[in-house]
Design a protein around this ligand. Structure first.
Ligand code: DI6
Ligand code: FE
Length: 422
């Protein structure tokens, strides 16, 4: 009797297991799945028998690399409309922040999202997720935050959950009611925070629509004190906290996130040395969003050297949103993180696998190790650094979710000549 459902051979593995360091690479490896779990992983030469007798099905990957399925741990995938007009204003020299201060920016997407039906939001987000998935993503986080009233925040979160229905991977949802101060509450931000805490958060939790709560702590959004009020409200629920911190200015966001034991603090261009130290001590993951830095012509990048020397895990995500990062390729983020932030290709791949899973509080994925969920991506590459090297190519040729092959696609970009699985 075969022990495993499927055994993948003729492959190289970037296990991303923490023990080995770097990619945890296994050249000429093999990986077996049983049910939705990884049942065996290692060098092919160490297999405890003949492949055909070990598994019901043996599949050759013809020299392709396997990595953990990618985790996009910070997106705003559900939104109405787009902001191409704002993009052109920024190209003329206006800043992201000044457009936001004039009532554009996030608030213009709030108008479009309030006007959109739940069906339309679901359809648009499904298409964006399909693009991420074709690039190897098997787990995605989706935030609300373009409703800023109870009905629309719930509508967004329901749309995010409906996107999950047609996605073979995993969707985690985050309530970001405190993303901007809605027009109805201009000059009365504390009153809006009160609504977020007393009305919206309880309703979201009651409906079971979010695993985490997030706040945009920034001089154009919510103060550290208002952020703390939202996090205090979250304490009486079972949702985790995350924070948009120190993106445009140092608001002490990193330290605040750490103080509340946040899963992650995200953006962090202006994070202070003290904030980074606090994150290290609290075990808070830094989620870095290179598309936002790139697309808004950010005047500074996150202090990578400081995260590195403090031992703060660095995750990478698309931040897919209509204002600061209309990006639907997580692989492209590896290139941007290496080129702009000078992360290494090893750090970049760890950032979209192991550390991205940590940023979502998920310990069952992000590495190719025994017992982990069998979420895998198959790549037509000669070495893992190629994932960071190509600009805008998609070397992903297959995706496996929970042990099931869910996507096979032709190599595109620079990879058409590579061996790839049938
Ligand atoms: N920071 C960001 O980069 C996104 N949200 C946030 O708090 C941008 C959202 C937008 O501009 O629509
Ligand atoms: Fe964001």
């Amino acid at each position: 009797m075969a022990r495993w459902d499927e055994l993948w051979v003729d492959t190289h593995l970037a296990t991303m297991a923490p023990a080995g360091g770097g990619y945890g690479a296994v050249v000429d490896g093999a990986l077996a799945v049983q049910g939705d779990r990884i049942a065996w992983v290692g060098p092919r030469a160490d297999l405890p028998g003949v492949p055909d007798q070990l598994a019901s099905r043996v599949t050759s990957l013809e020299g392709a690399w396997l990595t953990p399925g990618l985790v996009d741990c910070h997106t705003h995938l559900v939104f109405g409309g787009h902001r191409a007009a704002e993009f052109q204003r920024r190209l003329q020299g206006e800043s992201y922040e000044s457009i936001a201060r004039q009532g554009g920016g996030i608030l213009s997407t709030v108008d479009a999202t309030r006007a959109a039906s739940e069906d339309l939001l679901t359809t648009a987000a499904t298409a964006r997720l399909a693009a991420l998935h074709a690039g190897g993503v098997t787990t995605v986080e989706i935030k609300s935050g373009y409703g800023l009233n109870l009905d629309t925040e719930l509508k967004m979160l329901r749309a995010a959950r409906r996107v999950a229905d047609s996605f073979p991977g995993t969707v985690r949802t985050t309530f970001l009611g405190a993303h901007a101060i809605p027009k109805e509450y201009q000059g009365r931000a504390d009153d809006y925070v009160d609504v977020v805490c007393r009305q919206m958060l309880p309703a979201v939790v009651e409906a079971g629509l979010a695993e985490a709560v997030d706040v945009f702590c920034e001089r154009i959004a919510f103060t550290p004190a208002q952020t703390a009020t939202v996090f205090d409200a979250a304490r009486s629920t079972d949702v985790a906290v995350k924070l948009h911190a120190d993106q445009l200015s140092d608001s002490n966001g990193a330290a605040l996130a750490a103080r509340y034991g946040a899963l992650s603090a995200d953006h962090l261009e202006y994070a202070s040395a003290e904030g980074i130290q606090a994150m290290a001590e609290a075990g808070t993951t830094a989620v870095l969003l290179p598309a936002a830095s790139y697309f808004t012509h950010a005047d500074r990048f996150p202090p990578i050297d400081r995260f590195r020397s403090a031992g703060v895990p660095m995750a990478l995500a698309t931040d897919c949103n209509p204002g600061s990062a209309p990006a639907t390729s997580l692989v492209l983020m590896l290139n941007l993180a290496c080129t702009l932030f000078r992360m290494t290709p090893e750090e970049a791949l760890a950032g979209v696998t192991r550390h991205a899973a940590s940023a979502l509080g998920l310990s069952d994925r992000g590495t190719l190790e025994l017992g982990q969920r069998a979420d895998l991506a198959v790549w037509a590459i000669d070495e893992p650094a190629e994932l960071s090297y190509w600009i805008g190519a998609n070397p992903c040729v297959g995706v496996i979710c929970g042990g099931q092959r869910v996507l096979t696609r032709p190599a595109a970009g620079g990879h058409a000549d590579r061996p790839r699985p049938a």
